[in-house]
Design a protein around this ligand. Sequence first.
Ligand SMILES: NC(=O)C1=CN([C@@H]2O[C@H](COP(=O)(O)OP(=O)(O)OC[C@H]3O[C@@H](n4cnc5c(N)ncnc54)[C@H](O)[C@@H]3O)[C@@H](O)[C@H]2O)C=CC1
Ligand SMILES: O=C(O)[C@H]1O[C@H](OP(=O)(O)OP(=O)(O)OC[C@H]2O[C@@H](n3ccc(=O)[nH]c3=O)[C@H](O)[C@@H]2O)[C@H](O)[C@@H](O)[C@@H]1O
Length: 480
Amino acid sequence: MVKICCIGAGYVGGPTMAVIALKCPSIEVAVVDISVPRINAWNSDQLPIYEPGLDDVVKQCRGKNLFFSTDVEKHVREADIVFVSVNTPTKTQGLGAGKAADLTYWESAARMIADVSKSDKIVVEKSTVPVKTAEAIEKILTHNSKGIKFQILSNPEFLAEGTAIQDLFNPDRVLIGGRETPEGSKAVQALKDVYAYWVPEDRILTTNLWSAELSKLAANAFLAQRISSVNAMSALCEATGADVTQVSYAVGKDTRIGPKFLNASVGFGGSCFQKDILNLVYICECNGLPEVAEYWKQVIKINDYQKNRFVNRVVSSMFNTVSNKKIAILGFAFKKDTGDTRETPAIDVCKGLLGDKARLSIFDPQVTVDQIQRDLTMKKFDWDHPLHLQPMSPTTVKQVTCVWDAYEATKDAHGICILTEWDEFKNLDFKRIYDNMQKPAFVFDGRNIVNVDQLREIGFIVYSIGKPLDAWLKDMPAVA
Ligand SMILES: NC(=O)C1=CN([C@@H]2O[C@H](COP(=O)(O)OP(=O)(O)OC[C@H]3O[C@@H](n4cnc5c(N)ncnc54)[C@H](O)[C@@H]3O)[C@@H](O)[C@H]2O)C=CC1
Ligand SMILES: O=C(O)[C@H]1O[C@H](OP(=O)(O)OP(=O)(O)OC[C@H]2O[C@@H](n3ccc(=O)[nH]c3=O)[C@H](O)[C@@H]2O)[C@H](O)[C@@H](O)[C@@H]1O
């Protein structure tokens, strides 16, 4: 029986391995992690991450051919294939600080694999890593190998949160990069055989190691670039009276461009887009390509501009001050159908409003009070470290309350900011909400989910990203 071990039981390791176990009943899969609470949660009824369909997959295989454990060394030693899916945060100190990927967790995993192994293994990069990481990992493994042979493969993951199970069941492609040697090809084939249980062969792409590593960074950069492009257009739409939804639709109808990923928003969030682009920028700079680095940097600059622009709209619309005003924040997760708040635009928007002394009442159906307080007090990039290394009891922000209901959040509020596109926000009783708010009552829709005309009819002053401006807002400056 082939044995797989995955180091890192996070958003990628957990769902990916659960799906491999489900689709390959004859393979034994162990997911290991240094975080005891995380593994305990994977072994309980309350999984550590919220992902539609995941509970069902885990229930079908846990205890049969899927195991979650903190006994990292035992499972690594026994495995034929070891996936590494640990954190690769942005460095906060030293060379490349603020851009380069911090490979501390990867390196310690590689050293441990070399230490405990007693048989040949295939080691698979599942984490997103800088180009040429495989070379460094190879060196660590071979210099400590005691005669054991390791083959390194790059198998980046393309799932998106909220649709992870669907994406894993039916991936657009699986990418496997390996050394172009007979041993390398054999290892690539072994991993191909795993995916071939359920992925059609023409969707399993094989490349050299460096192409696979770079393709992952490139794919995220292209996706984020689309969002920054449409968000840049949203500012121009507001200035000219065009409607960004109509523009996106018209542009996306061109089959060469396509309709997906063209929704204007308050900005993209999530654990990877910014991190991976910063990493790409750093690699370009290190390779003497400052113009290319500058090009990709713009994607992040526009994203920051969009978040600032949103905050400035809120403040300038409300008579240039939100001091002591209650602002309801609907949605804190970085997108719907996840409880993940890593790099969510809500953090920057809330901090911006708090900077202008607002009082915030926050509601998100999947995010806890503790998480929100941690996010609003944590230093940039601290979130991307294993849980037990993060500050656990930071000071709470007094002007922030978190509630479990949108009606409670909006009661007596002066304004509402919609920051996540949760479906339930589309069906709120906005007449009831309006009646219980201070007047004039404002709605700032950062996700373009409300029916602007209906809300205006109720009496709201409405701002919706990239849509023709409310008469109220027309003469207000919206400087970013
Ligand atoms: N979150 C996402 O949607 C995607 C993430 N990725 C990439 O996958 C990698 C992992 O991301 P996530 O799963 O989101 O992170 P995560 O933070 O949810 O999970 C990483 C896990 O690794 C564990 N860990 C760290 N060092 C370890 C060690 N030496 N031994 C054992 N366990 C260790 C941590 O405790 C943590 O539970 C990152 O490189 C990320 O860029 C790639 C595609 C999608
Ligand atoms: O490497 C990763 O971590 C993953 O990053 C993204 O997945 P994810 O961040 O989970 O979610 P997305 O659906 O890509 O959304 C990212 C952000 O962009 C925003 N977005 C997305 C699409 C859009 O049209 N407009 C827009 O503002 C979302 O609201 C969200 O804040 C990629 O889509 C995955 O392919 C990749 O594997």
